[in-house]
Ligand binder design. Structure first.
Ligand SMILES: [Cu+2]
Length: 66
């Protein structure tokens, strides 16, 4: 089990948070993706967390990572 936290730009409401976390949770190897809207971060946890794949999933949901 490992965890990675990335900064996500442009999330402004719960709808954004849900969209981003759902996109990341759909990845193989990820068991949960928690968004902290106040901090503008997403923390992904799972058996096999690939940070590049997490960033790509966030980008395909329409948000940029920093
Ligand atoms: Cu929103």
């Amino acid at each position: 089990m490992n965890t990675t936290t990335v900064t996500v730009q442009g999330m402004t409401c719960g709808g954004c948070a849900t969209k981003v976390s759902a996109a990341v949770e759909a990845l193989a190897g990820i068991s949960s993706a928690e968004v902290d809207l106040g901090a503008g971060t997403l923390t992904a946890t799972g058996q096999d967390v690939d940070e590049a794949a997490v960033r790509a999933a966030i980008a395909s949901a329409g948000y940029q990572t920093a």
